[in-house]
Design a protein around this ligand. Structure first.
Ligand code: PEP
Ligand code: MG
Length: 317
């Protein structure tokens, strides 16, 4: 007999149809934002603002920043959908042309992300006020702003205070450092939303360089220890009514999308091209099934077993 086709039928009461999860896009340019809109994204879940800074010889001025942010939001004008912007995430693998950064022995563990941005006098304040100004010029777009590499509650407080006083209404943090993930119960009291950067979170949780292809086994986001940490973050999110997104590459794996949704993640943000496959699978799985699979995936012994179990249960193994 020929093997079962690897497709599943859409169901009326799917996790997607229930509205439990939104499918958002990661963008780093206006072209990406247009692509996200045409792929039917429910909004943008990560604008990587580095595109505006890294290759410059000076910090873009206020007018340049406002017009760049306006152009990124424009494809979603009038939609009322969220556009989640990340403040500058430079340092480590993302050097800055206009600042002479000291060489670091371990750049991934060094002055990067929010740690760097807040040291560059006034840069973050200028970026936040340009974002707030850009939002005023684009109709009916829901602007959310978050900072990368936040580690402590003091940093959460510093960033949320800064962003709110610049006029940003929805303020969040990225969860990329295990310390913040473990303390999310406290952080959740201070933020409007959070987004998990699994690329960095897995790197720091497993102590394995995200760019080291020889450590691929350790960097697998299906690792049950990663899933249990995400489950804890999502539980705090639910308890404190804080939406939790995943915007690392893990979110573009359709099978893992089922598990993340089952754990209580409320949006998945991915490269625009992944939206179709993720949408198709999430349209074929019920909420109860997603929860059951997620629960089982957190309890197995390895990433391999978790993936195999979910794939087999969904008839895609
Ligand atoms: C992440 O770390 O998962 C993330 C989304 O940010 P970046 O890959 O840009 O560091
Ligand atoms: Mg990151």
């Amino acid at each position: 007999r020929s093997p079962e086709p690897r497709v599943r039928r859409a169901i009326a009461r799917s996790v997607l149809a229930s509205g439990a999860v939104r499918l958002l896009a990661n963008v780093g340019s206006v072209a990406d934002a247009l692509e996200a809109r045409s792929q039917g994204a429910d909004g943008i879940g990560l604008v990587r603002t580095e595109f505006l800074f890294v290759s410059q010889e000076r910090e873009p001025d206020q007018g340049e920043q406002v017009s760049a942010y306006r152009a990124i939001m424009a494809p979603f004008e009038g939609s009322g959908l969220p556009v989640v912007v990340r403040t500058l995430d430079a340092g480590s693998d993302k050097p800055l042309g206009f600042v002479d950064l000291p060489r670091e022995e371990n750049p991934a563990l060094g002055v990067r992300g929010f740690r760097l941005a807040r040291q560059l006098s006034g840069l973050l304040e200028r970026q936040l006020s340009a974002l707030a100004a850009a939002k005023e010029e684009v109709d009916a777009v829901d602007l959310w702003v978050m900072a990368p590499m936040i580690t402590t509650i003091a940093e959460v407080e510093a960033f949320t205070t800064m962003a709110r006083s610049a006029g940003v209404k929805s303020v969040g943090v990225m969860i990329e450092v295990p310390a913040l993930a473990l303390d999310f119960g406290s952080a959740a009291k201070l933020v409007d939303f959070a987004s998990v950067g699994t690329n960095d979170l897995v790197q720091y949780l497993m102590g394995a360089d995200r760019n080291a292809s020889r450590l691929g086994d350790l960097l697998d986001p299906w690792s049950p220890v990663v899933l249990r940490l995400l489950q804890s973050v999502a539980r705090w999110g639910r308890q404190r009514a804080v939406p939790i997104s995943v915007c690392g590459e893990a979110a573009s794996d359709p099978l893992l999308g089922v598990v993340l949704t089952g754990l209580g993640v409320t949006s998945l943000s991915m490269v625009p091209v992944a939206l179709g496959p993720v949408r198709t699978l999430l349209g074929s799985v019920s909420r109860t099934e997603a929860r059951r699979l997620a629960h089982r995936a957190t309890g197995v012994a390895s990433a391999h077993e978790a993936r195999r179990f979910v794939a087999t249960a969904l008839g895609l193994g």
